[in-house]
Design a protein around this ligand. Structure first.
Ligand code: FES
Ligand code: FES
Length: 180
């Protein structure tokens, strides 16, 4: 069997401009680059983690126009003009987002690998609940959802924690949620 010749053709790139953590950025990207790889490999924002790279773990969760998404499952060029917020943009060490502070207070992590995704997901999840989105365990589809522990667990079920810090993650989210 003969080896196939290796193509030396230059990779075609597309120009894309998106806002990341409040900064408008222009990138020339291979259109196959995922948003996660654009953030990590092109912008050096390594807070968002690559756990599975196919939508099963939630470690790559970021906020796009305020909604949580798995950044490994979407192409960067699809987000021209969008506002992306990663864990780096949510808060700063001296000015933590309330969800970051609550995770610290409640020890909502052990190794920390899933934590950026957990925190971004939790922030997006609270907004979804405020907007009235039901989950699969919501019994009353008319009233605003009550975020009790089963609701929180269900709504965070796309974020896997291999260290099983789940009770403390729920406690942190419960604190930011306030009175149910
Ligand atoms: Fe995206 Fe696992 S890395 S869901
Ligand atoms: Fe280790 Fe969640 S804290 S995977």
């Amino acid at each position: 069997m003969h080896d196939q010749p290796v193509s030396t053709a230059a990779i075609q790139t597309l120009d894309v401009t998106l806002t990341v953590n409040g900064r408008e950025l222009s990138l020339a990207l291979d259109p196959r680059v995922t948003l996660l790889d654009a953030l990590r490999e092109h912008l050096g924002l390594t807070g968002s983690k690559k756990g599975c790279d196919h939508g099963q773990c939630g470690a790559c969760t970021v906020l796009v126009d305020g909604r949580r998404i798995n950044s490994c499952l979407t192409l960067a060029v699809m987000h021209a003009g969008d506002e992306v917020v990663t864990i780096e943009g949510l808060g700063q060490p001296d000015r933590l987002h309330p969800m970051q502070a609550a995770f610290l207070e409640h020890d909502g992590f052990q190794c920390g690998y899933c934590t950026p995704g957990q925190i971004c997901s939790a922030v997006g999840m609270l907004e979804e609940a405020r907007a009235g989105f039901p989950s699969v365990v919501t019994a009353d589809l008319v009233s605003e959802p009550v975020l009790d522990d089963p609701e929180i667990r269900e709504r965070m079920s796309g974020n896997i924690c291999r260290c099983a810090a789940y009770p403390n993650i729920v406690a942190a989210i419960r604190q930011v949620r306030g009175a149910p």
